[in-house]
Write a protein that binds this ligand. Structure first.
Ligand code: FPP
Length: 259
């Protein structure tokens, strides 16, 4: 029997709802989920992979442009070595298992973050997955691995400073567009909807430039329990928000133009 709240049903449920183009998610709560089930933390991360699969499929069915997932932050190296090892192994095996299905679904995979400290075998997998799916026109799936928003902005500043030192750009010409162009994914639209699972309400150095005007949605649901149903709820909440981007709602301006 098909799951009435599964990825297959989400497009019907959200028919007529204003959809975000780009959703960004901090997948938090794996460890606490595992603890609540009397299992080791790595069991929570493994269960988290099932949630990733379900949410990626749902986003694809909705025809969203992009989904960015925070898989490993530059601060996550502070975790016990065994947990870091399990996470790295999980990224590698998940990629091995899922890549061809994602490719068939037309997903374009991108990875952001500093790859240099990752194991060479994992780095190769990331490069190969990007190369294989580069021509796909479906969902853009961005996985942030060893990523930090401040790292990204510092790298962008270095790139721009080097170009200025070479005389390629005028420092006076460095504007918001130039910075955007020096970030990890210059062509991608900013996230419209940010979701954090697991009950915490902070950005944790995730896409701090790109989230400037995102609608924020926090849920206590731990990531392993998040799926198409919870994604639909988040999108419904998003569709009820009024986005003004610093402007004013036209109705409050009134007939006289609200001066
Ligand atoms: C945060 O939960 C979660 C992570 C640091 C890892 C996220 C990784 C996955 C969901 C696994 C697979 C991902 C991909 C893209 C293949 P936490 O451990 O901080 O939870 P806690 O706050 O309850 O301790």
């Amino acid at each position: 029997m098909s799951d009435p709240d599964g990825p297959g049903q989400i497009a019907d449920r959200l028919a007529g709802v204003a959809l975000p183009r780009h959703v960004a998610i901090i997948m938090d709560g794996n460890g606490r989920w595992a603890q609540r089930h009397g299992r080791p933390r790595h069991a929570g991360h493994r269960a988290g992979v099932t949630a990733v699969r379900s949410v990626v499929e749902a986003c694809g069915r909705l025809g969203l442009e992009a989904l960015t997932l925070f898989a490993f932050s530059s601060e996550n190296w502070r975790r016990p070595a065994g947990e870091v090892r399990v996470l790295m192994e999980l990224f590698r095996t998940t990629l091995d298992q899922e890549l061809h299905r994602l490719h068939e679904q037309g997903v374009r995979l991108r990875f952001i973050g500093d790859r240099t400290p990752l194991e060479p075998a994992l780095q190769r997998r990331l490069d190969d997955a990007e190369a294989l799916t580069a021509g796909n026109g479906g969902l853009e799936l961005v996985i942030a691995t060893n990523y930090g928003g401040r790292w990204e902005m510092a790298a962008a500043a270095r790139r721009l400073a080097a170009a200025a030192a070479r005389g390629e750009i005028d420092p006076e010409a460095i504007d918001e567009q130039a910075i955007q162009g020096a970030l990890c994914l210059p062509g991608l639209c900013d996230p419209d909807l940010f979701i954090r699972t697991g009950g915490e309400q902070r950005l944790s150095n995730f896409l701090i430039w790109q989230l400037a005007y995102a609608e924020l949605y926090f849920t206590d649901t731990p990531w392993p329990d998040f799926g198409a149903e919870q994604l639909a709820r988040a999108i419904e909440a998003y569709s009820g928000r009024e986005r003004r981007f610093g402007g004013v709602q036209p109705s409050v301006l009134g007939a006289a133009g609200g001066a």
